[in-house]
Design a protein around this ligand. Sequence first.
Ligand SMILES: Cc1cc2nc3c(=O)[nH]c(=O)nc-3n(C[C@H](O)[C@H](O)[C@H](O)COP(=O)(O)O)c2cc1C
Length: 251
Amino acid sequence: MIISLSTLFAPSSKERLTEAVKLRTSCRSYRGAPAIADFSALSYYTSRYALPGARLALLPVDDSFFTGTLLGMKRITGCRMVAAVIISGDEPRARIHAGILGEAFVLEATSLGLGTCWNTGTYRRKNLQTALSANEMVLCVIAVGIPAAPLTAPRTRHRKPPEHFCRGQWREWPEQLLTAAVLVQQAPSAMNMQPWTLYVGAEGAFVVDANERAQLDVGIALCHAELALTIPHTWHFGTERGDPLAWAKVK
Ligand SMILES: Cc1cc2nc3c(=O)[nH]c(=O)nc-3n(C[C@H](O)[C@H](O)[C@H](O)COP(=O)(O)O)c2cc1C
């Protein structure tokens, strides 16, 4: 499976989304749903960001939707809207595609000044009301809304240093790959596990890999890496045993 993301991420939007990476943190306190202009923009992004086997749908929720904490994280409060991340069972790499789309949505929402939080575990799935095709399922949701406090870049992020997730002679990588690594380092991941590995593989391919179970996180990391890549390239997704999950190849 091969995709090009150049139509999803135009050079001008890449700059804007890269700025959003610096501001984004998981927001767990909201002051309600986005105002109508922002809601219209988000509706546009849910249609714009679609890849095979993955789509987003904006849905209303109330305060009973989010449940208690995981590992001491705060419960999400005041949120009135989520983007449901929906995948189709027919597409082998739908989870990676879902990560790309979901994170693009998160960064677009951030650049509108909205708060967001990916959520795979601390919500009531049964309370979601959305029409699904027979082969579709809701993979997770993204809380989105007016943040209780304006977005500010965090002073520190709890993240692994690059030597923990970059393999090989990474200090000698070309500048855009080093920038990609910095952007991946800032990406959100389930329980902040940062499960990904980056390396330069056969024929100079830039590989974003992880355990098969972390496909959603790989999609999120890939979205961040894509923002740094300026040379024309395509993304490839492994389908054979032993293949990495994803790699970018220069065209
Ligand atoms: C796929 C995914 C699933 C997540 N699930 C939850 C969740 O169920 N509940 C929650 O409070 N936060 C959840 N998070 C948020 C992470 O805990 C958060 O991204 C991570 O701790 C890094 O913090 P930051 O987003 O503020 O940079 C999730 C994040 C991702 C990417």
